[in-house]
Ligand binder design. Structure first.
Ligand SMILES: Cc1cc2nc3c(=O)[nH]c(=O)nc-3n(C[C@H](O)[C@H](O)[C@H](O)COP(=O)(O)O)c2cc1C
Length: 260
């Protein structure tokens, strides 16, 4: 029991501001790689040069989701029952742009500005999609390529995709049974390069910004979502194909058309 108490206390620490004096680091100098002059990591996870990226609807051409913001905020709630109606490519494009859309790429490739805030504009998340029902896309695992605003297909669905997602979500069946599940994986070094040990508090906070935009964007297209933090780390990382060390799942959210 003592161990659990100690672990809980230790875990609380990650929510607090880093005490540089206690760490005997002068003036907040935590010797980040940025300060050492090391080049920044890629702004998005690289993809094979010969990859056949899938076009999405350009943000400037998206004509949906135009309900008043106050209405989207007022309607927002966690939804766990979805119809099997597929999402259109325009709807999926709108949800991806709302959660990770790139507004600006710095000329030296040091940062991107996106539709969600991020400490130091480090934007440490990758978006994976577990797709069941999206018009024009075969079921499977995909990754959003935000700078190009395109999709990379990672693998076609295995016959037991929905079952695996349910198992990886600790038996929460509605997670696999939806049009598409958004899975956000952090690449911590993208933030650590600049912020080192203050990165991890930021990463947790930033997952919340992304998911809240997904909630509001869903409500604007008569779809719904539900934030999920109860999942099996190893199984979910295996489903999206990440190594679990330098990149790992932090948060997920199933999306589907609302079934009242
Ligand atoms: C960090 C976080 C983790 C959550 N994890 C789960 C989850 O694993 N399963 C689930 O059904 N709901 C989950 N939820 C949704 C909450 O249960 C829900 O937000 C809460 O009951 C309030 O309902 P509302 O969102 O409709 O206002 C989570 C919400 C947050 C913010």
């Amino acid at each position: 029991m003592k161990d659990i108490d100690d672990m809980t206390k230790h875990s609380r620490q990650s929510l607090k501001a880093v005490d540089f004096d206690a760490l005997e680091l002068k003036g907040g100098d935590f010797e980040s790689d940025q300060r050492k002059g090391i080049a920044p990591p890629p702004l998005q996870k690289p993809y094979p040069e010969d990859a056949d990226l899938i076009d999405l609807v350009h943000p400037g051409k998206i004509n949906i989701g135009q309900i008043p913001l106050s209405q989207a905020i007022d309607k927002r709630k966690s939804r766990r029952k979805f119809s099997q109606t597929p999402l259109s490519m325009e709807e999926l494009s709108f949800l991806l742009w709302s959660t990770q859309g790139v507004q600006d790429v710095e000329k030296n490739q040091v940062w991107t500005k996106r539709t969600v805030p991020s400490g130091g504009a480090r934007q440490p998340f990758e978006t994976y999609l577990i797709i069941n029902w999206v018009e024009g896309l075969e079921p499977g695992i995909y990754r959003y390529i935000p700078i190009e605003h395109k999709l990379l297909q990672i693998q076609l669905a295995e016959p037991d995709q929905q079952e695996k997602v349910k198992e990886a979500s600790l038996g929460q069946g509605f997670v696999g049974q939806c049009a598409v599940t958004f899975v956000w994986a952090a690449i911590p070094y993208r933030a650590e390069w600049r912020y080192r040990l203050i990165s991890h508090k930021n990463i947790g906070i930033e997952a919340g910004h992304i998911c809240q935009n997904l909630y509001l964007a869903c409500e604007a297209i008569d779809a719904g979502t539900c934030a999920i933090a109860a999942y099996n780390q190893k199984l979910m990382d295996e489903i999206i194909g990440v190594d679990g060390e330098d990149e790992f799942t932090v948060y997920l959210s199933p999306v589907g058309k609302i079934e009242e």
